[in-house]
Design a protein around this ligand. Structure first.
Ligand SMILES: Cc1ncc(COP(=O)(O)O)c(C=O)c1O
Length: 356
């Protein structure tokens, strides 16, 4: 018997979420963001659920090639662009669209020997200060790209730093609107938070990531609870031992939990080496046999203790949901001081993942 932990990927939920985004984003086309192995879900697991997308956006050449080998003939966007001039051979061979965020990339494209012109997304730095042309250099970049025979279609792109917070997108949108006076090119601006909460950003293409997987860009499940989005990954395991505690008994490393009286607890085959957050404290919600309960004590590498008080029938082999349909990954993440993004993408390779 393999260790009982596994991650189920719900294809119907993925299809639903893509549909929700389409309906929200009006006429915009959709780049489904599947970087980081589809936010930890596995590109091979999500592929069937995202067939109705207009394109896939990712970072790694290996992931782009995987997609082509799986039969995807539509657009693929490299969100960080290319890393050295030699990468252009792969862009040409696999017909990838690439972000261009620096002048050295424009020069490399001009120098390359390509079979066909490459489609580029010129990225403007609208305040994040990670990648992108400074606003006062964008016009020059666009002129250079337009004059480059190795460049085909050109689009304008940015990534918002504050679409999920009160600060919003007003400042970067003002900046982008200035360029639209002169640069008549398609625009691709919105990530999940902007699609949901700033419809003025939807433009020609949108780039949803986390919402496709049914988690909240803000980290708060309540913020998307009425959106129709559904959780895609359910992390399941089983109880592999039951302990009867007496008053004063302590649980796990450092004995951080101490029983106040008689208490049954279950030991679940799931720990931080599976991707469950070590910082999740006592009290983090978990479901056993369909009953909501809580974790107890320190999360170990391979195991975690849970309270069985609310569920007397629970026993060896009882099913446990760590997160998924009933326990939002955002909620677990909130207890652990992080976001659903991190938990989903950090599920480790020893957890068997499969689509249902
Ligand atoms: C450039 C870019 N676009 C889109 C996304 C998707 O973001 P989200 O998952 O918040 O929708 C990301 C993810 O970080 C990104 O880096």
């Amino acid at each position: 018997m393999p260790r009982p932990i596994r991650a189920e990927i719900d294809l119907a939920a993925l299809r639903n979420n893509l549909n929700v985004i389409r309906n929200t984003a009006g006429t915009a086309k959709v780049w489904s963001v599947i970087k980081a192995n589809a936010y930890g879900h596995g590109i091979d697991n999500v592929y069937a659920g995202l067939q109705a997308t207009d394109g896939f956006a990712l970072l790694d050449f290996a992931e782009a090639i995987q997609l082509r080998e799986m039969g995807w003939e539509g657009p693929i966007l490299l969100l960080e662009g290319f890393f050295e001039p030699d990468d252009l051979a792969l862009i040409d061979r696999y017909q990838l669209t690439t972000v261009v965020h620096s002048f050295w990339q424009l020069a490399a494209i001009a120098d390359a020997r390509l079979k066909q012109p490459v489609a580029v997304y010129l990225k403007v730095n609208s305040g994040m200060n990670r990648l992108g042309f400074a606003p006062d250099r964008l016009q020059a970049a666009w002129l250079e790209a337009s004059a480059n025979p190795n460049i085909g279609e050109i689009a304008l792109m940015t990534h918002f730093a504050n679409a999920d917070s009160a600060e919003g997108v007003a400042e970067p949108m003002n900046l982008l609107d200035e360029f639209s006076q002169t640069m008549r090119v398609p625009r691709c601006l919105a990530n999940s938070a902007a699609i949901l909460w700033h419809p003025q950003t939807q433009a020609d293409w949108v780039r949803p990531g986390i919402v496709l997987y049914g988690a909240s860009p803000s980290g708060r499940w309540q913020d998307i609870a009425s959106s129709g989005l559904q959780p895609v990954m359910t992390l399941r395991s089983k109880i592999i031992a039951v302990q009867q505690l007496h008053a004063g008994h302590r649980v796990g490393y450092s004995g951080r939990y101490r029983a106040g009286g008689e208490q049954r607890i279950g030991i679940v085959a799931c720990g931080y080496a599976d991707g469950y957050p070590r910082h999740a404290p006592t009290g983090t919600p978990v479901m056993v046999e369909g009953v909501l309960t809580q974790t107890l004590g320190t999360v170990s590498m391979d195991m975690i203790a849970i309270d069985l008080t609310a569920c007397p029938p629970a026993n060896m082999g009882s099913p446990v949901e760590l997160w998924g349909k009933n326990v939002a990954v955002d909620t677990v993440a909130g207890y652990a001081g992080t976001l659903g993004y991190e938990l989903l993408s950090a599920v480790t390779s020893r957890v068997r993942k499969y689509s249902v």
